[in-house]
Each structure stands twice: as C-alpha cells, then as structure tokens.
Ligand binder design. Structure first.
Ligand code: CP
Ligand code: NVA
Length: 330
C-alpha cells in the first residue's frame, strides 16, 4: 500500500511510483464495481472542482464531470473562451484565485509547464487532462483495459504505431516502464520520443524487468505484440498545413489487417480516441477530398473488429479519473 496520495497533484506519471500507479488502478476497479452495481459513492460531497479546458474534449471532460458528480462534488467547466487566464490575468493569479474557491483543478492545454505552474500556485491538487507533452489520465484507463482483457499486464508487449513523440506515446512509454510492460515505439525516426525521456524510461524499465525499443520497422516492431496502440497523426494545437507531410510520413504505420496478423494471435487494438477510421467526420471527409485517403491511422475494419477494445478503454477513462480525484482529494 503506497503512502497517501491526498493533497498530491497528478501532472505526469514520472512523479508516481509503481505502487502508487497500481493503487490508483485498484481504486478504479473498486469504483467501476460500485458504478456497475448502482451503489452511490458520494464520498466527496461538499467539495467543488473546476475544469479548465484550453483545447476541446469529449472523453476527458465528460469523465471529470460524471466522476465529479458521482463523488458528490460541484463541477464548474471553463472553456477556452470563458476564463480570463492568459489574456487578462496571469497564470499565477488565476491559479491563486481558483485555489481559493475550488478543492481541485483540472487543466487541458498546451505546455506541460503551464500545468506544473498551476499546481505550484494553486495550493490544491491539479490534474493534467492533456498537455502537449503528456496525457497521464489516459494511460490509467489503457492499463485497466489491458488488465481486464488479459488478466494481467506485467510482461506483455505494447506497440505504439505512428506519431511516437506525441503526448499519448510519451505517457504510454512512461507507464509501461513503471509497470513492467515492454514498450515499442514504431514510427519514423523523426517522430520518436525525445532522447532524454527515452533514457529516463529505459532506466526505469530496467528496474522493472521490461524493455523500451524504438524501431522504424513495422514487421519487426509489431511481432510478438499483445497490444497495438495508435493515435491521430496530427495532434491538437498543431497546424493544419502539417497534414500532408504527416500522411506521407505516417501512412506506412497505419494499423491494418497486416499489422494485426503480424502481432500475437490474441492481440488487442487500443486508441485513445478520437479516431479517423472512416469518412464520418469533417476533417476525415476533407482529407479524403484532398488526399484520397478514406481512413488514416487505423482501418475501419480493425477499428470495428472484435480485437478492438476502444470503447471499453473510453469508459475506463471515467472510472480511472474518479480514482485520481478521490485519492488526491479524500
Ligand atoms: N482520449 C481523450 O482524451 O479524448 P478527448 O479529447 O475527447 O478528451
Ligand atoms: N495526441 C492527441 C490526443 C487526443 C486525446 C492530441 O493531443 O490531440
């Protein structure tokens, strides 16, 4: 049992020990059981939280809102246009004001330094709901989904395909190293995680008996994979002009039948979502018109296949975020 997480912020997984991450996963399982059984769990009644979003969201926002309500808390949502932060009021002043009114603050936005600074000045727990560098609440849901499917996660091999230096890939590499999961970043050499983070993760991985591998080779990279994971090719905050270049660079790393066949027979597919797997989105339709691509980082067939666990994964965002809030606010 780790020391209490009460009063801690949740900014990146590097700040947490293996035991602390395992504790959050156990807590999430308890909350999932309570929710499924319809047992009320308003353990944090009387507290209030604020959700500060400088980028759009479906899963993360809804997870924080539903989890907050289930725990009995008041929840305030501030969208990119409706706070003074950055425009008329400094980050430091905003953090101090919000910290006087709320018991916890969620932030989704740009530089990791922003969420770190919010935590420094707020005086209450701050939770990272995605920055350019990390997306730590996502990984708890991913590992919970893996554990639910395989019955364990230690010793399994997870391969991230595509833009392997984005927030999701970075955080997956960290959580894998911490929990003893072999991690493979499979993508072009210019889209690999930064050397400093790779070196840090390799050291942690060694302590936990697993490996971190970077490869450009799809065949080698996906062989023996238990989990194939991908994410969109252009992340929020990146310019639209970059699509053409990314499509050229990352198309060889699309998750398709050949990739899934090359992985272990029981392999599953995960994606943090949202995903461009068909033409049912405005961006997807636009890319099709410009470049003739009907599906991008994953084929519609793999996305809809029985191997795909993406909706279990999406649901688990809520249970795991509830665990993070409860552990840090109780
Ligand atoms: N996976 C994820 O963070 O989804 P949203 O952008 O919808 O929050
Ligand atoms: N890498 C993606 C993740 C979205 C959940 C982005 O930052 O847009």
């Amino acid at each position: 049992m780790p020391r209490s997480l009460s009063g801690r912020s949740f900014l990146k997984l590097l700040d947490f020990s293996t035991e602390e991450i395992q504790y959050l996963l156990e807590l999430a399982k308890d909350f999932k059981r309570l929710k499924r059984a319809g047992t009320p769990h308003k353990y944090l009644a009387g507290k209030n939280i604020v959700l500060l979003f400088e980028k759009t969201s479906t899963r993360t926002r809804c997870s924080f809102e539903v989890a907050g309500n289930d725990l009995g808390m008041g929840v305030t949502y501030l969208d990119p246009g409706s706070s003074q932060m950055g425009k008329k009021e400094s980050l430091e002043d905003t953090a101090k004001v919000l910290g006087r009114m709320f018991d916890g603050i969620e932030y989704r936005g740009f530089d990791q330094q922003i969420v770190e600074d919010l935590a420094k000045h707020a005086g209450v727990p701050v939770w990272n709901g995605l920055t350019t560098d990390f997306h730590p609440t996502q990984m708890l849901a991913d590992v919970l989904t893996i554990e639910e499917h395989f019955g364990h996660y230690k010793g399994l091999t997870m391969v991230f395909m595509g833009d392997a230096r984005n927030n999701v890939a970075n955080s997956l590499m960290v959580v894998s190293a911490k929990l003893g999961i072999n991690f493979v970043a499979c993508g072009p050499k210019d889209n690999m995680p930064e050397k400093k983070l790779v070196d840090t993760c390799k050291k942690i991985a060694k302590e936990n008996g697993c490996t971190i591998t970077l490869t450009e080779d799809v065949k080698k990279g996906t062989k023996n994979a238990d989990v194939i994971y991908t994410d969109i090719w252009v992340s929020m905050g990146e310019p639209d002009e970059i699509w053409e270049q990314r499509i050229k660079l990352l198309s060889p790393y699309q998750v398709n039948d050949a990739v899934m066949k090359n992985a272990n027979p029981g392999a599953i597919f995960l994606h943090c979502l949202p995903s461009f797997h068909d033409l049912e989105t405005t961006i997807g339709a636009d890319i099709y018109k410009k470049f003739g691509l009907p599906e991008m980082e994953v084929t519609d067939k793999v996305f809809r296949s029985p191997q795909s666990k993406v909706f279990d994964e999406a649901e688990n965002r809520m249970h795991t975020i509830k665990a993070v809030m409860y552990a840090t606010l109780k």
